[in-house]
Design a protein around this ligand. Sequence first.
Ligand code: AMP
Ligand code: ZN
Length: 666
Amino acid sequence: MTTQQKIQSLRDELNQHNYNYYVLDNASISDFEFDIKLKELEKLEKENPEFFDANSPTQRVGGTITKNFETVTHKNRMYSLDNSYSKEDLLDWEKRVQKGLGRTDLEYTCELKFDGASINLTYENGQFMKAVTRGDGFQGDEVTANIRTIKSIPLSVKSDFVRDFEMRGEIILPIDGFNKMNEERVANGEEEYRNPRNTASGSLKLQDSTEVAKRPLDCLLYQVVTSERKYKTHFESLENARKVGFKVPKTIKLAKSIDEVFEFVNFWDTKRHDLPYETDGIVIKVNNLQQQEELGYTSKAPRWAIAYKFAAEQVSTVLNEITYQVGRTGAITPVANLDPVQLAGTTVKRASLHNADQIEKLDIREGDTVFVEKGGEIIPKIIAVDFAKRPIDSQPTIYATHCPECNTELVRTDGDAKHYCPNEFGCAPQITGRIQHFISRKAMDIDGLGGETVDLLRKEGLIQNYADLYDLKVEQIIPLERMAEKSAQNMINGIEKSKEIPFEKVLFALGIRFVGETVAKKLAKHFKSIDNLMTADFDILIGVDEIGDRIAQSIIDFSSDLGNIQLVNRLKHYGVQLEVSEESLENQTDKLKGQIFVVSGVFHQMSRNELKKAIEDNGGKVSSSISKKTNFIVAGDNMGPSKLTKAQDLGIEIISEQDFIDKISD
Ligand code: AMP
Ligand code: ZN
């Protein structure tokens, strides 16, 4: 045997033992023997560095220090899941899915919803390449070195799976392992970790991968993402992923009807407490992959999946004080400060009270004993008062009349549940909050400047608004606390670079009330420049798709404020992008102007999203359902039968993918 063969054979053998132990839970070698073989391999690799392989089992012990985790854009967005809390919700979802596909003969997969940190693993040619956290769904942090230490994750897979793919899954800490970690911490006189979920997600961002290797982390996989159409169903792709080494839970189940889904839900509602890890619900997915593609996504979650959350846990505790927080838009949020209490694995000290109406409706008072509930990710909320325990001297709550930060009288407009502090330009948390929003990742994405620094710069009188950022000089920043020349320079560079950020993001960054990311995109596309937007009147604004009265009024308020006009003019002067760039206008035509399209089925030459974008770029509109207004249906393979009938009944022209391409490309 050559040295190379020897090395390969040791790697294969150790990989197999790891798999048997960590995935199948069935040890095939003693720890002692495993160590001897591992040492042998280490020695050979050291003597023959030309055979180095980042995916060798020797690399699982860690040893990499990551100072800064790199931000990476996901090739395929990592969506969140819509939630449901009752069987009625599930039935509603089924109806939507059936309507969307135009058929009722559907299969579903049922999976447990694991409570940990989501991860995306990229494999090329069967080799593990990188691991990225979900982050905001568009971009996450690359944590490859840390993930490599998790021994149930295969670093290479057999060739009879798809070649290039991503595996999505959840990094979890089994309850046992978590308890052991805590026993050790107590023994060392350290504070205990609060819950498995936060500890798992915190582990991914440890700088020293050797530390990660020591933690009993595990990875449960629930989705294969690939452009290869090898498998027809989600269930089949997962079963095959399990065969090639991934830890796909055996609990997944195929359901032929929604009743079978209910059986699964009922079973796990009680049995979940016997599992070795925490679950907060169930995930139901349409099984057929073409149907998944056809259903697509909302701006936030797949239409083809839904989470079912188990009833939340509840506890009661004493509410000591109601305080008020001021957000960046001046919105006031009342907060309940509670006697600390354990709830669903975390210590709860504060809960949101939403608004004045909510306090009045539940008659919540300081000194009351209240019931607090928490379901999954949701911030704890107060659901009721235990009136039997109300103190005799209890006084009804009088809602704050003045801003706790700047003492300005609060206002509340008709139809708005929240109170606002109107002192937009003089109220500290609003000033800081607006600038923090401006620099945030989805907005101007300014590197080298964090939220705390913004507050510091404001306190030092260096900035009062976001336009001031562009006037900052390195010499002004260096003297500040904890600032070195290098970090000051980084900050200035980051600010300079933000001048390249496209208009739609700048528009979002301006922080106009009710103008979130999606609305900003719509407006940028429609108006093309800040001048067009700020001079548009109410009727023009509400004429834009999906822009209603509330958003239109908010834009008018913003545009008629002298302070805002000045800010925008300054941004323009500094060179911030306040109109859509030439480049992005270039590919656009109005060939399809005034035409409404419905897209249905599966396509070959472009993806569904590319197709939709092509329609919009050429001035057409995409609608999700067929109606009299529809002009064309672009039909791919497997269009739902009831959609087809409806189109025929209404006499709508059905065109193929190729017809469509011909339409736009002459
Ligand atoms: P949420 O964070 O509540 O929007 O739920 C979406 C998250 O649930 C995903 O990002 C995953 O991390 C997690 N999740 C856990 N188990 C599953 C599963 N079986 N299928 C899909 N997502 C899951
Ligand atoms: Zn204020």
